[in-house]
Design a protein around this ligand. Structure first.
Ligand SMILES: Cc1cc2nc3c(=O)[nH]c(=O)nc-3n(C[C@H](O)[C@H](O)[C@H](O)COP(=O)(O)OP(=O)(O)OC[C@H]3O[C@@H](n4cnc5c(N)ncnc54)[C@H](O)[C@@H]3O)c2cc1C
Length: 505
């Protein structure tokens, strides 16, 4: 922390300083702007303008807009069962969630876009509703449709970006990284933020308060190792979300919560990492082809690959509990497939993730470009393939033979893969690609209260410090689709109204 004495002069002074320009930062700015026409609002982000939007821009753009407050509290309480969050906070969140749909629709209209009640995934059945954990109390009443803003990609983000740009009094500064708070060491009151801009440290004063919207630590492998005990995990969203906000909060005396969160709340998605990009590609979640399998470090299969885990955010039920699909526990993993699977569809999702939406990589429909690049390894036989990817040929051949026998028999004695989700891997040539755990979101951060204020270990608010978005989210265990973006909106608006009510310094 920097004390007031260390600040010789302020380089900027505003009423509200929002750190991070993803959806939660954008919503906070819009709500503050529309609530107080005189408020001076500055949003800063460490990324360049080209890479604006955070993970919000890379995301699947599904929104959860519940209507029944009691059922939503009940369902969320059940989702959080391993790490309960106070009902009083859940109720404030649920009330905001249940009353924001009209406001979201207005933002879409203002951006000349359309709010629709269906998933953003191209080809998805518009009537399909993802109630991820429907056996939990409240689930069916709490989730009755998915919604999004079109056109995509990044429809929700684009709508809110346009809303921000339509409000010229919201100033945005890119390539401005928050480093530290300016804070009273005794009262913990926040006066502003030390930032790095144009290669030098500058002091920005926030007369009413600072709202932290910096996402989580998807881009910090060290923090993933320290908090999750994971070996290697790669960001599917913004790889620059490196936990800076969390480290600042620690120094500021905030209580952290949800840091472990069963590895992370969205489940670890199988992903594909190539040296050319910092983040990873989302492996196809809706695999049409069925002649493929995944092998673990020991060259053997380790789960039922045929299930569409997208519907439970890569959780599987074991012994009555929803646990992660064990990708992070069995590394290294290779996906093994034949020509039929290679030709069936792109191996990665083409409508979300940082590498596709923001970096703009165009993955080929038949994966041929990626074979040429050497990202996918090709061989005429399974034995040759094993040698090329550094695996034991006897082991790999044995695994594929066993799988092929199971596929022919229509019975998978090892993992129970459904007969119509497996066909033999026999149509050469054969292919392999390394699969890594990818992370979409993670909810560790500072504990927040009903006003979206950051609280200390004594449960007292740190004066003038607010937190919104994924960092410090109320999701503490398993996750309902669309919950993160909707929560960004709920707490963004709550924080904006409360920070505006502060007496200025
Ligand atoms: C591939 C993918 C699919 C997803 N699908 C969905 C979905 O369909 N529905 C859903 O609800 N959720 C989904 N999620 C999760 C959701 O997108 C995120 O939880 C949400 O966007 C987080 O928003 P945020 O505003 O908290 O953070 P972000 O949008 O990540 O924004 C954080 C910003 O803070 C900036 N920042 C970081 N550190 C600093 C610093 N020191 N100084 C200044 N700026 C800084 C970053 O550059 C970034 O721009 C998905 C995520 C991914 C990656």
């Amino acid at each position: 922390m920097a004390s007031l004495n260390s600040v010789n002069q302020w380089d900027r002074e505003v009423d509200i300083l929002i750190v991070g320009y993803g959806l939660s930062g954008a919503v906070t700015a819009i709500e503050a702007h529309d609530t107080d026409p005189d408020a001076e609002i500055l949003v800063i982000d460490k990324c360049t303008e080209r890479f604006q939007g955070g993970s919000s821009r890379a995301s699947g753009q599904t929104l959860w807009c519940p209507k029944d407050v009691d059922a939503t509290v009940e369902y969320q309480r059940a989702l959080n069962y391993t790490n309960p969050v106070d009902d009083s906070l859940l109720r404030v969140w649920a009330e905001a969630m249940a009353t924001q749909e009209e406001w979201i629709e207005e933002r879409a209209v203002e951006a000349d876009m359309e709010y629709v009640r269906r998933s953003a995934r191209p080809g998805a059945d518009p009537k399909h509703v993802t109630v991820e954990f429907e056996e939990l109390p409240g689930a069916k009443k709490a989730v009755s449709y998915n919604s999004t803003i079109i056109p995509g990609p990044a429809g929700v983000w684009e709508a809110f970006r346009k809303n921000v740009e339509k409000r010229p009094r919201i100033e945005r500064q890119f390539e401005t990284a928050a480093l530290d708070f300016v804070q009273d060491p005794d009262t913990l009151e926040i006066f502003g933020v030390i930032v790095e801009r144009d290669g030098r440290r500058q002091a920005y004063k926030a007369r009413k308060g600072v709202v932290m919207a910096t996402g989580s630590f998807e881009g910090s492998m060290q923090m993933q190792r320290d908090f999750w005990g994971a070996e290697e995990i790669y960001a599917l969203g913004n790889p620059e979300n490196t936990g800076d906000g969390i480290r600042m909060m620690q120094k500021a005396g905030a209580e952290l919560w949800h840091m472990r969160n069963f590895t992370q709340t969205g489940g670890l998605q199988p992903a594909i990492k190539v040296p050319e990009y910092k983040g990873a590609f989302f492996r196809q979640q809706f695999m049409e082809a069925t002649s493929w399998l995944d092998i673990a470090a020991d060259g053997k299969r380790f789960y039922d690959e045929g299930v569409i885990y997208a519907y439970t955010h890569y959780r599987m039920k074991k012994h009555g509990n929803w646990v992660d699909v064990p990708t992070h526990q069995v590394l290294p993993i290779h996906m093994i497939m034949d020509e039929t699977t290679r030709l069936a569809q792109p191996l990665v999702a083409l409508w979300k993730s940082w590498n596709i939406v923001v970096e703009g990589y165009e993955w080929s429909e038949d994966n041929s470009k990626e074979v040429e690049k050497g990202w996918i390894t090709r061989a005429d036989t399974i034995r040759e393939l094993a040698v090329l990817i550094g695996r034991d040929p006897d082991l790999l051949e044995d695994t594929v033979n066993r799988y092929n026998e199971a596929a022919r028999a229509g019975v998978d004695p090892e993992f129970g893969r459904e007969a119509d989700r497996m066909t033999p891997i026999e149509n050469g040539p054969f292919y392999a690609i390394k699969v890594v755990p990818g992370v979409v979101a993670h909810t560790g951060g500072a504990r927040r209260d009903e006003k979206s204020r950051v609280v200390t270990h004594e449960s007292t608010p740190i004066p003038r410090l607010y937190e919104v978005g994924e960092m410090g989210s109320i999701f503490s265990n398993i996750y309902q689709n669309g919950g993160f973006l909707a929560e960004c909106i709920a707490f963004g608006r709550i924080a904006a109204r409360n920070v505006l009510a502060e007496t200025p310094l």
